[in-house]
Write a protein that binds this ligand. Structure first.
Ligand code: SAM
Length: 636
């Protein structure tokens, strides 16, 4: 099965379910998803096998990992148990599962219909289920419950996964029918992803399976099985191997695991800072936004911002990040969106043969399924996309975060937290800090070496103009503003470091000229221009992650300049300090997922992105590239 699953990696095959049997049966694997009384089996084998009722009652964050999401019945049972258990305030349940052949919504509904007590959970799950696209889908189902689905071949998905698991459900069909899900390599990855003391449970006691699980370091214990099965298997791992799959310079030698209730300082009140505040509340943290100018004063303050995907061919980590950030933000908007989000759809117009050929390749590669990306004569249409009133979006993300109206002068990070000093003389202490203030990050000593640059941009709003029914983008764009009127944009102009963006008539005329082919006759006198700065990086990929400690980097990785292959130590980073910046003109779409990645890195729970994406966005990448480039220059 593995080979077939790998071939389908561009776009996953759907499950094929036979409903004639007494229980849903996979035609591909010739095996049942669960036995007749699936919910009772799930409770006996997986919930009781991992002693979840007792463990839920005393934890702050509990992460379950599963091999084979299937119908999601195990997940629903665990979620229901979580809801019914009395727990510490702010406790969080995380459920991480891998699936190579996702079931459609109808099959999910049919699989769950025998259990009315699960109906409400099932409905929520189906409403939030992601499209069948490979990669990591993080679904926030309730304030305290998040599901992280890795769609793809199990071994590859586990190899890319990050974050600790407290209890495993090994549920990948019978080992005789599907040995690929029970191999020593699979369990070695599970051991790597385990927190100390993690347990597992499974329905099988097959000899090969016992040996494979034991070889990964788990202890084994046989218990009475469910129904007609005499035995099942449980076990635990007290000292999991500490082996990250990241390159050493992208690891964190001393991660601090923060718990719900932690205070988080967030420097910056744009979409980056507000997204961090939103992700922080979901993690149970208490965020405080520090911003002198108020929310959405910069580039996040435009009256219309496009919500559309950036689609890159090739399937590399950056393209996976951009694609999944779009899916994540659409889910988020469906959950929190108000009248400030207009899901009017976005047309990516193909203006010439080159653009048409590229769009054809995107369709051939099936980056998005047809109901998410429709081919039209004039381009590609994204029906779920749309336009946000950016300040209202930022305010919704910021929610009830505390606010400090001041400008940061300096930060003092240490192992216990970060003290932030303000221009008004005040100092505040937080358990952790995220620098999310766009180009102004360069004013903070610890972030100064990052290669951030500013680009000025102007948009023009025509409040009385009738806009097109949906947004149209082709480099320039024209969009219906959610509060009425038409917005066109945007210019890109180099600007000297430290200068403020200024509106100009020339920029308005340039915006009008750029859209004149689709919207002729706009009058510059009716325009309300707005100029702001966007912050970008040399590789046009955002920066999200812990700030590298350059005093450690230079001596520790200097041998990279000489091309030396040796065991390099894991990186030391500025304690408890992360950065989210360099979002360019796509921050409205990319900030929420990048923020969720940062928060899970702080808590150690399963990440909403794979480790290659984390490396692609890691702040240290520029320094490591410089070291390696020096090596090539030396060789010339
Ligand atoms: N836990 C599920 C539930 O609650 O309904 C049942 C899981 S079912 C027994 C096994 C699942 O593993 C199937 O959905 C199947 O598609 C998936 N699977 C099997 N082999 C796989 C592989 N190599 N990679 C990814 N998923 C796989």
């Amino acid at each position: 099965m593995t080979g077939e699953a790998e071939e389908e990696n561009k776009r996953l095959s759907a499950a094929k379910v036979d409903w004639d049997a007494s229980a849903p049966r996979s035609i591909l694997f010739d095996d049942i998803y669960f036995s007749g009384d699936g919910a009772a089996e799930s409770e006996h084998v997986f919930l009781k096998g991992n002693n979840l009722a007792a463990r839920f009652s005393s934890v702050y964050v509990f992460s379950i990992g599963e091999l084979g999401f299937g119908t999601g019945l195990n997940f629903l049972s665990a979620w229901k148990l979580w809801r019914e258990t009395k727990k510490p305030e702010d406790a969080r349940l995380r459920f991480f599962s891998v699936e190579g052949f996702p079931l459609g919504a109808d099959d999910l509904a049919r699989s769950h219909e025998a259990w009315p007590e699960l109906a409400a959970y099932s409905a929520k799950l189906r409403a939030a289920s992601p499209p069948r696209i490979p990669g990591v889908h993080r679904i926030e189902l309730e304030d305290d419950v998040a599901l992280t689905l890795h769609y793809g071949e199990a071994r590859e998905a586990l190899q890319r996964a990050e974050g600790g698991v407290d209890a495993w459900f090994f549920d990948g069909f019978s080992p005789a029918k599907n040995p690929a899900m029970w191999s020593p390599e699979i369990f070695a990855e599970c051991a790597r992803l385990s927190n100390p003391g993690a347990t597992f449970a499974t329905f099988t006691v097959a000899g090969d399976v016992r040996r494979a699980i034991a070889s990964a370091g788990f202890t084994l214990e046989k218990r009475p099985g469910f129904g007609r099965k005499r035995e099942m298997l449980c076990g635990r791992i007290d000292t999991p191997p500490a082996s990250s799959r990241r390159a050493p310079w992208f690891q964190n030698a001393k991660p601090s695991r923060l718990q719900p209730g932690a205070s988080l300082g967030v420097i910056g009140g744009g979409v980056a800072g507000a997204s961090i505040a939103h992700a922080a509340r979901r993690a149970g943290f208490k965020p405080t936004i520090i911003e002198e100018k108020g929310l959405a004063a910069g580039a996040s303050g435009n009256p219309a911002g496009l919500i559309m995907p950036r689609l890159d061919l090739g399937g590399g980590p950056a393209s996976r990040f951009f694609l999944h950030s779009y899916l994540y933000t659409i889910r988020l908007l469906n959950e929190i969106g108000g009248d400030w989000f207009s899901p009017c759809g976005v047309l990516l117009r193909a203006e010439n043969d080159e653009a048409r050929a590229r769009q054809k390749r995107l369709l051939d590669d099936a980056l998005l399924p047809p109901d998410w990306m429709a081919a039209r004569e004039d381009g590609l249409f994204f029906p779920q996309g749309g336009v946000v009133d950016a300040p209202a979006y930022v305010a919704a993300l910021a929610g009830d975060a505390q606010f400090i109206h001041a400008s940061v002068v300096s930060i003092s990070p240490d192992e216990d937290g970060v003290t932030v000093r303000m221009n008004d003389g005040a100092a505040h202490h937080f358990d952790a800090l995220v620098i999310a203030n766009s180009i102004d990050a360069s004013r903070i000593l610890e972030a100064r070496a990052l290669p951030l640059s500013a680009i000025a941009g102007q948009i023009d709003w025509f409040p009385d103009e009738t806009p097109p029914a949906h947004a149209i983008a082709f480099g320039p764009y024209a969009a219906p503003a959610p509060r009425g009127g038409l917005v066109i944009g945007a210019t890109y102009e180099k600007i000297t470091q430290g200068a403020a963006a200024q509106t100009s008539l020339a920029a308005t005329q340039s915006n009008i000229e750029a859209v004149s082919g689709i919207l002729p006759g706009l009058d510059a006198n009716n325009a309300r221009p707005r100029a702001s700065l966007r912050c970008q990086t040399p590789d046009r990929i955002p920066i999200a992650g812990p700030l590298p400690d350059l005093c450690f980097f230079a001596p520790s990785y200097d041998d990279l300049r000489l091309g030396k292959q040796r065991a390099y130590p894991p990186a030391e980073v500025v304690p408890r300090t992360h950065i989210l910046s360099g979002l360019g003109s796509r921050g409205l779409v990319t900030a929420p997922l990048a923020a969720a990645m940062i928060l899970t890195e702080m808590t150690g729970e399963p990440s909403p992105a794979d480790h290659e994406i984390a490396e692609a966005l890691h702040p240290a990448r520029f320094f490591i590239r410089d070291y390696k480039r020096a090596q090539h220059i030396r060789k010339k």
